[in-house]
Ligand binder design. Structure first.
Ligand SMILES: [Zn+2]
Length: 397
């Protein structure tokens, strides 16, 4: 929040600009009266700051319809984020590449999705495909300013330069994906880990709104874990914290794609569920949905056997809960599907099996943003510079 004491007036002004822009971006159109109240500033200061954001083309002001009134009883202006400031959000998944144009305020305005074959993740090819899709989505007619590109990848990403250190399910090791894409597009590109972006997205716009300690766990081929601790993302010293899919849970095996033995994701990923149902690996989310539907229709065998305790979701939730003591665990991917199908059994097993976090102290929810969590998180990553310093970071071209 703004107005710390002892801060120079220029710094204070920048902090207040940031606070107003972030408020309308995250919460939508807000009256000046509400901003005055929330930010603890006087009306004339709010008026001057919103005028500055208007001149930057980041917000517009409208007469508030109906309700919004200032303390003096006069109608209050509504400060509206301008959605013609856009970013391109990209999800490089194991099964698909999704690209969306997202406006300031968070609305997904256009999207393109391409499925791709597992195993076809040559980095130059992926850069080509993503670049074409980004150019395509940004070419939709209209007068817009692109503030940058945000990308979600299922792997460990170095925060300083976006180097993808290790993404086992894409087969990437030390791939300069971010630099290659930035060079190809001639625009700023930021890349983040899929689960870290998932927890950010669910915290800002989904099932973890209002919680400052949250865990996001999403399973497809692998398991991604994103942690929010005290309102801040848990990154560790290098940015790679939270790779819970590669915690060893079985010293005997099997061998994981990462090269280690008995990683958690070898026990809980969607292919384990499919094999438990007597199906071939690799069917992806549609095959998982069929297994879950069969369970919901009264044939829960595979789900019950997945992997060996009552549900995979228990396996997925309990150790993470124990390690960070969250208020809420948000489940995505096939974990969300299993949770919805077997909520009672998960609750039952968790009340018996978790030591540090009594079941009643932690909420478990399925991801509200569902398949869009990574796109929403990637959009936030791309908007971050302008939200942090509207005046300096704004791309005006
Ligand atoms: Zn592993």
């Amino acid at each position: 929040m703004p107005t710390p004491t002892g801060v120079g007036s220029e710094e204070l002004r920048r902090g207040n600009l940031r606070a107003i822009l972030q408020t309308v971006h995250r919460h939508g159109p807000t009256t000046r009266a509400e901003l005055t109240k929330q930010l603890g500033l006087n009306r004339s200061t709010i008026g001057a700051l919103t005028a500055e954001l208007q001149s930057l083309g980041l917000v517009s002001e409208e007469a508030a319809a109906g309700g919004g009134r200032s303390g003096s009883g006069r109608p209050s202006h509504l400060v509206v984020p301008r959605a013609d400031n856009v970013v391109a959000a990209v999800e490089v998944g194991v099964d698909r590449i999704a690209v969306a144009m997202v406006g300031l305020g968070g609305e997904i305005m256009e999207r393109r999705t391409r499925t791709h074959q597992r195993g076809e993740h040559d980095v130059d090819h992926v850069v080509d495909v993503v670049a074409q899709m980004v150019e395509d989505v940004l070419a939709v007619p209209g007068d817009r300013r692109c503030q940058g590109i945000g990308v979600s990848v299922p792997g460990a990403v170095r925060t300083t330069d976006g180097m993808v250190r290790f993404a086992p399910n894409l087969g990437w090791v030390e791939e300069p994906f971010t630099a290659l894409l930035g060079k190809r597009l001639g625009r700023p590109v930021s890349t983040g880990n899929d689960a870290n972006l998932g927890v950010l997205a669910e915290h800002l716009r989904g099932a973890a709104v209002g919680f400052s300690d949250a865990v996001y766990l999403s399973a497809s081929v692998g398991i991604g874990g994103g942690f929010l601790v005290g309102g801040r993302p848990l990154t560790g010293a290098t940015g790679y914290a939270g790779e819970v899919g590669h915690l060893q849970v079985d010293s005997v095996g099997p061998v994981c794609r990462c090269g280690a033995v008995g990683c958690w994701e070898t026990k809980v990923g969607e292919n384990v569920l499919l094999r438990a149902a007597g199906r071939l690996s690799g069917g992806g989310p549609p095959a998982v949905a069929e297994v879950i539907a069969a369970a919901a229709a009264g044939r829960p065998g595979p789900v019950r056997r997945w992997p060996r305790s009552p549900t995979g979701a228990v396996w997925a939730s309990a150790p993470s809960s124990t390690s960070s003591i969250p208020e809420v665990v948000v489940l995505g991917g096939c974990l969300a599907q299993v949770w919805r199908a077997c909520e009672d059994r998960v609750n039952d097993a968790m009340s018996r099996s978790t030591m540090m976090t009594p079941r009643e102290d932690v909420l478990i929810r399925s991801a509200r943003l569902e398949d869009d969590a990574q796109l929403v998180g990637a959009a936030e990553l791309a908007f971050a510079p302008v939200l942090d310093d509207p005046q300096t970071a704004l791309v005006t071209a």
